[in-house]
Design a protein around this ligand. Sequence first.
Ligand code: PLP
Length: 372
Amino acid sequence: MIPYSKQNIDAGDAAALLEALNGGVITGGAWVERFENALAETTGARYAVALSSGTAALHTAYIAAGLSAGDELITSPITFAATSNAALYLNAVVKFADIELSTGNMNAETAISLITPKTKVIAPVDYAGLAFDNGELYQYTRSKGIFIVEDACHALGGSYKSGERIGSCSFSDMTVFSFHPVKHITTGEGGAVTTNDRSLYEKLKLLRSHGIYTDPERKWIKEMALLGLNYRLTDFQSALGVNQLKRLDIFIKERRRIAEVYDREVGCAQAVGRGNSTNHAYHLYPVLLSTERKRNALLEAGVERGIGFQVHYFPVYQHPYYKQNGYSGYEKRCPIAQDFSSRVVSLPIYPFMDEADQQKVLTSLTEVDRWG
Ligand SMILES: Cc1ncc(COP(=O)(O)O)c(C=O)c1O
C-alpha cells in the first residue's frame, strides 16, 4: 500500500524515546521544555507551548484568544474539521469563507467581508503547506481586536514569501501545529502553539494543565486561576519531537524533491499552489482533475492498485453534524470550495518515497485522465 503520507522513524528517534523513558520523569519534565525551545528556535517565534494534539492546540489557542459562546470565528471550509470543531467546543459560531481555486487557501477579501462586531478569531489554514501569507489582513484585524490563529498543521518547515518561517507569527497572534504521523515531524499524537506575546504564552501554559498555577517556591501551593484542561504532551513524546526536529530540514527537502517530480510530470491535471516550491512545506500534493468523474475514478483506481489517494477536503460545512447544526446553505456561499472539493485529489508524498511508487502514482493519474 502506498499511503498518502507517513512518518519516518530512525534509530536516533528510538534512542531518544528510550532515554526519556529511562529518565525518571515521563511527563511534566525537562524534555517538554527542550522540545518547546527547539520549536521556538526552528520557527523563529519567541515562545512555543507543546500540547497533546493539533486539536488541543487549536482549542487552547481559541480559549487564550477569549473566544466564547456567541462569538464568531471565520475559517476556510477546506480544512480538517478540527479547525472549526475547536470553536464549536466553545459554543462559538463558525463562518466559512470561500477559498482561492489556485491555492486552496481562504480568500482574504471574502474573510474580511464576513467580519462583524462579534468576530473574535480568524483562523486561516496554510493548506497543504502553502502559507496563507496575508500581512494586510493581520494589520486590519489587529486594529479591530480580532485574533489571527493560523492553523499551520500542514506547514511546519515552510515559510512566507517574505522569507520568515511559518510559526514565527509574522502574520498571526498564534500559530498552531500538529505532530500526527502524517505531518512533517511526529510525536505520535501531539501539537503546539507558537506566539510572540508573553501574556498569551502564559495563558496557554496555564490552560494546558487545568489552569493551575504552582508557586515556584512553595511547590505545595497550587491555585487554579483559569478553567483549563489536561492537554499535556509527555516527556517521551517530547524527546521524540526533539529528535525529529533535527531532521526537519531533510524531511522538507525530501518532500520538495518528490513535489518537483510531480511538478514536472503532472501535465494532465492542475497542481494546486504550483510554483511556490521554495516556501512550500508540501504536507500534501493536491491536484485538480478536470471533472469530478475523473477524480472519483482515480480514487477507485487507487483502491484497486493499493495507492492511498485522498480527498483534502470535503468542505467542513458538508459534514452531517454541521448540516444538522445550522450550517446548511454554505454550498451556495462557497462555490469555489464546492468546485475544488469535487475535483481535488492528494497524491502520495512523504520523505524517501520510492521512485517506482511515485511512477505508479503518476501512471494511474495519466491513465485515468486518458480514459475520461
Ligand atoms: C488543518 C488541520 N488542522 C488541525 C488538525 C488537527 O491535528 P491533530 O490531528 O494533531 O489533532 C489537522 C490534522 O490533521 C489538520 O490537518
